[in-house]
Every structure is written in structure tokens, then in C-alpha cells.
Design a protein around this ligand. Sequence first.
Ligand SMILES: C[S@@+](CC[C@H](N)C(=O)[O-])C[C@H]1O[C@@H](n2cnc3c(N)ncnc32)[C@H](O)[C@@H]1O
Length: 314
Amino acid sequence: MTDSSDAPFDEPLDYPRYLTAKAAVDEQALSPRVWQPFVDWLRGHASEKPLRIADMGGGIGFTLLRVLAAVERPLTYFLVDASAANLARARSNLRNWAQERGFATEAHDTPITIRRPSGHATVHFCRGDAMTWRPPDGAPIHALASQALLDLLPLDRTLQHWRSLLLSDHRCYLALLFDGATVFEPPGGSLAIQQPIIDAYHRSMEARRVEGAPTGGAYCGRRVVRWLYKNNAQLFTVDSSDWSILGSTYDPLSDNESLFVQVIASFVKSEGRASEKVSSDIVNEWYDKIIDSITSDQIYFRASHLDILAALKK
Ligand SMILES: C[S@@+](CC[C@H](N)C(=O)[O-])C[C@H]1O[C@@H](n2cnc3c(N)ncnc32)[C@H](O)[C@@H]1O
């Protein structure tokens, strides 16, 4: 998802706050059919030393805390992100998580070691680019997690780089890979009004370039599957992990759900207004109707994603 200067109600977007809202939605969306075998592998993998996990584009630490809660063994975790603000929030989320469970943490910023009876977890917070980052000690990685990142990055370059960081026996958990559908219902007028706006939003994802290369874009999920087949990867599980949010009179949206759908609607509005194929007035009207539907709890929102568990063969 892109940052947008045109956030809901035209307030500047607080990205860590948006990721906090997204975490509540992700929790419901992620596929247990992909997550569970990943966790089982992390728990069961034989290694004399702490298991080394890299989390690419780890944001505010959502996957980090899920792994810590599920995997009680010594771990070395590298949370890699380009944003200093997201890393700062990830550190405070980790400290709060540890404090709530009575685990001591250090005062310094990185690494932070959580002293758990079930095995210490040392978390390195690494500001860097997932396309080039390498662990500071140069040692290989047992498992890689990446959630909601690959639509922003060139797939071949990034996945080749990740493969070079991993031990031959490893697992890659690639989650929330956007896969081509965005639905707001009611549609903010009619389907004939909404579809060109959604199309403009998807086209903007398809137009992304990093150093001239196309990114995973609007069909990231299926493109990653294709890349994995083409590169002889071992595919263990692929499953859908759609964001699916329903607000109704009987079951109003939570604050997180409401903020989250508003932010997505504002991303769509920005891209619709930037498109020459749709009139800005029509986009503004569409947006106002969507915001009305959200604030009156009369909205269904869905965005399609895939989760994947794989091993990238050398
Ligand atoms: C949509 S957020 C997902 C965050 C987190 N994985 C989650 O699902 O909540 C994308 C994250 O990737 C980070 N990011 C974007 N481009 C990156 C890059 N080239 N290298 C590392 N991180 C990047 C952003 O700062 C942001 O935290």
C-alpha cells in the first residue's frame, strides 16, 4: 500500500497508527493454513544455536510479536525496515509486549533481548533496504518472513537476494500479497462509477517502478507464485488471506476497522484523482459517499491477498 498525502478527512497520515489499525484487520485475514506449518517448522527445526529469522519490511513488529508468542525457543530476529518511525514503534511495541509478560528488556535501542524462561529472543532493529540488506554478522538465516511488502519491490531482484541470505534448509513465509481485487459495497454511487476509480488505483500499483524495474504491483500474489514455479522453489502452501471487513447496524466497525477502511479509501481517492481517465469531481463524490457508508456502519470492504509458505531452492 502506498503512503498518501491525501489521508482521510485530509489529515496527514500517521503511518505507524495506520499499521496498528491494519494489524487488527490482518489478524482476521491471515491464513492459518500457511501460518501454522511455518510456526510448526520454527518450533521443530533442529539447530544447536538460536534460530535466525529475518523479517523484511517488518513495520511496527506485528509478525515479530506473532512469532514470539508462538515460538518458545532461543531466537535471533532481524526486523528490517526502511522507516525509522516504524522501527521506533516496533521497539516500543516489543517493550510493552515483554513488560506485560514480566520479561526484562534493555534500555538501548538495538538489539533488545527478551529473557524468557523458554529461550532468550534477541531482536535486532535494522534500518535498511530489503533488496540489499544483509545480516551484520554475515551468517545465514533459517527463516524469512515478509508481509505486505512485495507489491512495492521488484520481485526477481528481491527474491534472488533473499535466496542468497538463506540456509539451504529454510522456510519463507510471504504473507498478504495483494492479488488484484478491491471491493467497497455499497459502491459509492454505482458500480459504473466505482469501477474506473478502482481500476485507476490498481493501475497506479502496476505503474510502480524501483530503479526502472516493475514491482509486484496489483497482481503481486499470483506473480510470486509464478516466480516460485519458474525458479524451482518448493511450494508448501498457498492460500487466500483477504481483508474482509463488514460494518452494519448490528455489528458496527471497530475504531481500527473504521480508520483502516478510511485510509484505503483515501489511497483510492488519491490515485483516482491523479488519473486522467476519471474526473476529480466524480472521485470526490465517490469518496464522500464511501466515508458516509463507513461512518454510518453500512459498508463491506474486501481486498484479495495470497499467503505463501515456500523454500527458495539454490
Ligand atoms: C504495508 S507496510 C507492512 C508492514 C508490516 N509487514 C505489516 O504487515 O504490518 C510495508 C512496510 O515495508 C517498509 N518498506 C517499504 N519499502 C521497503 C524497502 N525497500 N526495504 C525495507 N522496508 C521497506 C515500510 O516502511 C513499511 O513498514
